[in-house]
Design a protein around this ligand. Structure first.
Ligand code: GLU
Length: 278
């Protein structure tokens, strides 16, 4: 078993992250497997080295150990882009100039309350030769799906909410995923779920353990895995740690930052107790 914790260093580690990291760590260690740490810092505006450093400090304080050096996505942007471009050679990408703000939001890691709107396909007929600086690169999903055998588009989920084998239905994918943005050339940005899918394969991750807020990205990642000939890991989407009002904790919830509990004298065991792991 090889698991990983893959935070986006855009804020302090809070109880929700701690739960995710401890779960992935403990599952790997219990199985005699490996646990890896990856900084998903391709969002160059929101990611900060200070946050990455604090995350490492907090995880170390929690008593977690990882195998090998920390994998920083910002060190691999060239390689992600080169791989993304191979889809252009296969006629599966097109340039898109629809609202820049929408494109930026589509590329970033998910935030609560930001729904993923299915793109109507306005720029679909544009050839790649037409690409302008700042254009997004969109996947022509219809064409991509036509290349894949629908019977193979499945994944195994072992998390508490949706355990079982899930099928990625092409018709549903067309209406719920659509022509997603995979990157933006020139600014070195690739979509978080694409970089993550490449890394899960490159790092030999067998079990992706992450919050259930990311469940809806799994069908997208399964389609991408098939397009790039990558294996599909087993997925385990865990419950989210919520505040008293039932709201999912976000990076901005500094009140529940691990650093704050540390400063107040909490122990790693206290944190485990707070997230229900002791
Ligand atoms: N970097 C993502 C986040 O912090 C998690 C990605 C994943 O676990 O697949 O939301």
């Amino acid at each position: 078993m090889r698991t990983r914790f893959a935070p986006s260093p855009t804020g302090p580690l809070h109880l929700g992250h701690a739960y995710s990291a401890i779960l992935a760590h403990d599952m790997a260690r219990a199985a005699g497997g490996a646990f890896l740490l990856r900084m998903e810092d391709t969002d160059l505006e929101r990611s900060k080295p200070e946050w990455a450093a604090l995350i490492v400090e907090d995880l170390t304080w929690l008593g977690l150990t990882w195998d090998g050096p920390v994998h920083r996505q910002s060190d691999h942007i060239e390689s992600y882009n080169a791989r993304l471009e191979t889809l252009a050679d296969r006629g599966l990408l097109y340039p898109c100039a629809c609202t820049r703000g929408d494109i930026r939001a589509a590329l970033a890691a998910p935030q609560e309350g930001v729904a993923h709107a299915v793109y109507p396909g306005t720029c679909r007929a544009r050839p790649m030769a037409d690409r302008q600086p700042g254009d997004a690169l969109r996947l022509n999903l219809g064409r991509a799906l036509a290349l894949l055998d629908p019977a193979t588009l499945t994944f195994t989920e072992t998390g508490p909410a949706d355990a079982g084998t899930h099928r990625v239905d092409p018709a549903t994918a067309r209406t719920t995923i659509g022509d997603i943005v995979l990157g933006r050339k020139g600014e070195g940005i690739v979509a978080y779920f694409l970089a993550s899918a490449f890394d899960d394969a490159d790092q030999g991750i067998t079990h992706v353990i992450r919050g259930e807020d990311l469940f809806d990205f799994t069908p997208i990642q399964v389609i991408l895995q098939h397009l790039f000939g990558l294996p599909t890991p087993i997925y385990h989407h865990h419950r989210l740690i919520r505040d008293e009002a039932g709201k999912r904790l976000a990076k901005r919830d500094d009140a529940r930052a691990i650093a704050k509990y540390r400063a107040e004298g909490a122990s790693p065991a206290d944190i485990r107790r707070m997230v229900g792991l002791l």
